[in-house]
Design a protein around this ligand. Structure first.
Ligand SMILES: Nc1ncnc2c1ncn2[C@@H]1O[C@H](COP(=O)(O)OP(=O)(O)O)[C@@H](O)[C@H]1O
Ligand SMILES: [Mg+2]
Length: 317
């Protein structure tokens, strides 16, 4: 079974704010470094990839970020236009249908049409070829947060359930086949080792299995505090020291050490809970104390991610 870096389509999912975009960028960078041609596709995201990857601004058109790495920030309007063009095979007909004021209002009102166009576009990118081979070896979807990503990924099945056999069902069938193929696809779950993200991740994993059948990749536990003062001499020393010493320079240090100790202890508790409730291979990424994550911290996360992915037992994510 290929590792996450050798798949065709990886969905990076998780609760809002846990680091999906950061991890997706780190993964994209790692795969490109290993010689893959990678497309990182975001959905309606705040533009941050230029900061994380050091390339051009990433807007609604696919842009080359560096060697073997491209990115796009998909908007429903652009995706709908592109996907509409592909389905209708003519910009004339497209203009007539999609740019018409009344038709446009009508199309926008179709339930799920925005999600449909976003998923259609990202799926289409997995099928693009150039010179007789896939244009991208790996397409990474920096997905929307938990609830929305489930809706998005259920679209192919929803189409197959609702629409009679035709051009739409053909694409929907290939998209569903891709999504459920453990050789080609995986959903990587990003979480923090904290109460709410862990509960939400466990729920997301269950729903993704039951409602979509997407193979679950490794669990990526992000922003772990360093394991300082948790065991060994430093922990014993901290335990022996009084809560306050009255020593002006020592007390702030003690206070910080105790905060670090408590945070890591909390992390350890939730790592344990994840191991029992969601027995997937785990990748652990540290909390990086950088005011604003830029290229260098991102590369550090990327290398740690890569090293751990390559260590995972074969047969898992
Ligand atoms: N490992 C990390 N260390 C430090 N800060 C991080 C780390 N991962 C993410 N962050 C920060 O956390 C915030 C949320 O990350 P982001 O990737 O935008 O999450 P999401 O895409 O899930 O909303 C950002 O400010 C990001 O810089
Ligand atoms: Mg994001």
């Amino acid at each position: 079974m290929p590792t996450l870096l050798d798949k065709r389509f990886v969905i990076v999912a998780g609760k809002g704010g846990v680091g999906r975009t950061t991890v997706a960028a780190a993964l994209a960078s790692a795969a490109a470094r290993r010689g893959k041609r990678v497309l990182l596709a975001q959905t309606k995201s705040k533009e941050r990839l230029s900061r994380l990857l050091g390339g051009p601004r990433v807007l609604s058109e696919v842009v080359r970020v560096r060697d073997r790495l491209w990115a796009v920030n998909m908007t429903p309007e652009a995706a709908l236009r592109e996907y509409g063009l592909m389905v209708l095979h003519s910009s004339l007909v497209y203009g007539w249908v999609f740019e018409n004021k009344f038709a446009k209002a009508f199309i926008r009102a179709i339930p799920g049409v925005e999600d449909y166009s976003l998923l259609g576009k990202v799926w289409f990118h997995t099928t693009e070829t150039e010179g007789g081979r896939p244009k991208y070896d790996l397409v990474i979807l920096d997905g929307p947060a938990t609830g929305h990503v489930l809706t998005l990924l259920q679209i192919p099945q929803a189409i197959l359930d609702a629409v009679p056999e035709g051009p739409l069902t053909r694409d929907a069938r290939s998209a569903r086949e891709l999504l459920t193929d453990p050789e080609r696809s995986a959903m990587a779950l990003v979480t923090l080792a904290e109460d709410m993200p862990v509960n939400e991740t466990i729920e997301l994993a269950e729903q993704a299995r039951a409602r979509i059948g997407v193979p679950l990749g490794p669990l990526i536990v992000n922003q772990l505090y360093p394991p300082r003062f948790v065991s060994g001499p430093s922990a014993r020393a901290l335990d022996l020291l009084p809560e306050t010493t009255g020593e002006g320079r020592l007390d702030p240090l003690l206070q910080r050490a105790r905060i670090a100790q408590r945070r890591r202890a909390l992390n350890d508790r939730y790592l344990e809970r994840l191991r029992t409730a969601l027995p997937l291979p785990q990748v652990q990424l540290p909390y990086l104390f950088a005011p604003d994550l830029g290229v260098e911290p991102l590369e550090e996360l990327s290398r740690r991610l890569e090293a751990q992915l390559l260590q995972l037992p074969t047969g898992s994510g």
